[in-house]
Design a protein. Structure first.
Length: 405
């Protein structure tokens, strides 16, 4: 098999990150204070973060979904305004999202190649990697996967197709992404029945009307079929309820299919480019433990807020080389029984409370978030216990974290 080479190709041993504990989050107090988190959300560059995770997790991950930058050479802003007119993008309130800019393809491959190699080491013997790209870099990525996993372990080239406007006028509109799936070995998890879908009504009608349909082979029409390797799921449009404002957000239904097919309840799964947090959210909802990581605080904060929709506690950590932006603005607070009240929240996006702050690890037992579409940040947090030596953290609309004194 051919291999891909370029002048700077190498697999250096990355320096492991030093991971610091920021918080344990108990969504709406569920599991507080005794439930030990089995899932982790980490702020930091995923190369040193994965290196730091190797001693504990090498050969243990049943599924990795990777949605890295696509080599588009663009910058993607995050939308942080609420209640804005979706038809007037020039009026949206925006913040920095992430950059997908590279001097050339060699630089991009220098970024991607060592990360894919570490993902392979983290995969369990029955594990699967799904690498999500598009036409910009899927061809060289396929050669890298063949080198690292062996072409005999290439499982699928999945085409995710969708509709939407396009500025292209001198070619066919580019309306699909490519998801490359590889397995660690010949024995891998694949839950056929978990992803079956109904047959098309025209197919059902054909088999009902003719004994010769299917050349005499009649499928179990009631059971449904395993999907083909081309999938149609609508993109997360501006008006969809699951829209967070984070750029290039993927639809939950797309990632749920991957999760259900290639992991089991209780499996340990990972997304080291977690972005808006769709994959770890789907994992928690379906009873999987997760590792999630992103290099930007905006992504990690967005993921944390979305994970409040499920019941699984999780640890929030960061590479000590990755700073959380801070603010020293005051937080005017009141307490009443098991309630904390925030008097001024106009500039805030999120706040949380630890009712028994020990001076070391923040245990978030109650949280409030600003709605995605419109509405105000709630002024009260109900706690599972009466606040004693309580502490509050908040995040401003612009992404700065504030702590009460």
């Amino acid at each position: 098999m051919p291999t891909l080479t370029w002048p700077t190709k190498s697999l250096p041993d990355p320096q492991p990150a030093a991971l610091a504990d920021e918080a344990v989050v108990y969504p709406q107090g569920r599991g507080y204070p005794d439930a030990a988190p089995e899932s982790r959300l980490i702020l930091g560059d995923n190369l040193p973060v994965m290196a730091a995770l190797l001693p504990e997790y090498e050969g243990r991950l049943d599924l990795i979904y990777a949605d890295p930058p696509f080599f588009t050479n663009k910058k993607y802003p995050a939308r942080i305004g609420r209640g804005e007119d979706s038809r007037r993008p020039s009026e949206w309130e925006l913040a920095e999202g992430y950059a997908d800019h590279w001097p050339d393809m060699d630089a991009y491959l220098d970024f991607l190649y060592p990360r894919l190699a570490l993902m392979r080491r983290l995969l369990a013997p029955r594990g699967t990697l799904y690498l999500h790209l598009d036409w910009h870099a899927d061809a060289p990525a396929r050669l890298l996967l063949d080198e690292l996993f062996g072409p005999e372990h290439f499982l699928n080239e999945i085409i995710w197709t969708y509709h939407g406007p396009s500025p292209v006028r001198r070619a066919f509109n580019r309306k699909h992404d490519t998801i490359l799936a590889c397995t660690k070995s010949d024995e891998y998890i694949f839950n056929t029945d978990a992803v079956r879908e109904p047959y098309n009504p025209s197919t059902v009608k054909t088999f009902a009307s003719s004994k010769k349909a299917g050349f005499g082979k009649v499928p179990d029409l009631a059971r449904g079929k395993v999907p083909e390797d081309w999938w149609y799921f609508p993109v997360v449009a501006r008006l969809h309820n699951e829209r967070t404002g984070y750029p290039t957000q993927k639809p939950e239904s797309l990632l749920e299919r991957i999760l259900l097919a290639s992991s089991d309840p209780g499996s340990l799964v990972a997304d080291f480019f977690c972005g808006s947090g769709t994959f770890p959210l789907a994992a928690a909802r379906h009873g999987r433990r997760f590792l999630a990581c992103d290099a930007t605080w905006r992504a990690v904060h967005t993921t944390r807020v979305r994970l409040l929709e499920q019941s699984q506690p999780f640890a929030l950590q960061r590479d000590t080389n990755s700073a959380i932006p801070r603010s020293s603005a005051p937080l005017p607070l009141l307490t009443s029984h098991q309630t904390v009240i925030l008097k001024d929240r106009a500039a805030l996006d999120y706040w949380e409370a630890d009712p028994a702050w020990d001076g070391k690890l923040f245990r978030s037992a109650g949280q409030a978030r600003r709605p995605n579409r419109s509405g105000e940040l709630p002024a009260e947090i109900k706690l599972p216990v009466a606040p004693g030596n309580f502490r509050v953290r908040a995040v401003t609309v612009s992404g700065e974290q504030i702590e009460s004194g």
